[in-house]
Design a protein around this ligand. Sequence first.
Ligand code: GLU
Length: 467
Amino acid sequence: MDNKRKIRVRFAPSPTGLFTMGNARTALFNYLFAKKNKGKFILRIEDTDIERSEKKYEKDIIESLKWLGLDWDEGPIYQSERTEIYQQYIKKLLDSGQAFYCDHTKKELEKEKKEQIDKKQAPRHICNKFEIRNSKFENKKKGIIRFRCPDKKVVFDDLIRGKLEFNGSLLGDISIAKDKQTPLYNFTAAIDDAEMQISHVIRGEDHISNTPKQILIQEALELKSSQFAHLPLILGPDKSKMSKRHGAISVGEYQKQGYLSEALVNFMVLLGWNPGTEKEIFNLEELIKEFSLERVHKGGAIFNLQRLDWINGQYIKNMDTNELTEKCLPYLPKGTELKFAKKVVALEKERIKKLSEIGELTKFFFNDELEYDPELLIWKKMSLKEVKNNLEILEKKLSKTEDFDQKSLEDLMIPLREKYGTGELLWPLRVALSGQSNSPGPFEIMEILGKEKTLKRIKKAIKKVSL
Ligand code: GLU
């Protein structure tokens, strides 16, 4: 290991789709590694594929990174603005004969691939008709430019997977540019990682097969290579690669559903990294302290939505109620007063797993015309007549008091409960107030609703059972 090298890592997304959990995890591991080692975290937008790159995706990447709190030290650096740099390197390779124009047709390439697969060989293109002398950069030739991988072993020490070995000749002649103006991924990544003095390339395991290609390109240009760390794949619960089929959604979508950024970060770090203790909840600062690549495992990381929900629930539970209320407001009816919102949020805070649930759980507070089946008011074997009777007693008692705080209300009920039975009294009351079979207790609800609304709801219930 090159100990003297300054730590510089990069996150290099292509803006060709929405920002996924996989992207975010790669960004997070790079960020943590940089912070832990007092290095730099660089954001590089790999937008050389003009047809597939879109501004909206770039915006999504940037907004999601900011939301997650993964601030970068340099960038965003756009590859689309670096064409001239790439051209100089393409020229070098063409002029030295290490790269060449290839005019094999698509049909020929497909035929070659099929033959190789039939012979159980690794599919690759070997150009047998290239003419080095015709391949100089200055010539008018258009079309794909290829780099001939030299026939030699490429060995690198992956910080997660250990020593990996590839055979250059098996890689064949790899495409590095569609034409002089349009370089391709393996080439631009190799150039930029060297030019930007990236000390460690930390990225998904799906890029392992690209690594020897990038190293060979760097060697051909006498550029320095980085160290590599390939992160395990994120797998769905069925252990196949995580995809839309498993309900994978973008980070922006998790945000909309009411997951907190801190919870998502906490969840993501555990997708591949093992803290070595039972501890499960970590804030970003703790992670910076404790993170290490040595504790990233090789095996796939299984995505478990219940775990995410649990972690999110923990963050919600422990959040300051004022702060949580602000975050819940978008999920409550428009125009909800902050003071009122705070009360309902405090009541449900322990129960919700994501912010979006607050709307559904508290909707009865905002609806004065509750619809429910009168039968729901019945506790166990009570008759409708008994229900009515108990509700009338409650109405009478409650109309005489002005103290609508939870404690006073509870005290008020003690003698009644003894006389009429707790379930017999409180179940119909709770249903009258909430219209639901599941809800917080009646005292908490009454305190929030206040006297007027409470009495109105009880009267309505009495009417329901009077028919
Ligand atoms: N643009 C590539 C991607 O999004 C980057 C891979 C890399 O980190 O080298 O997959």
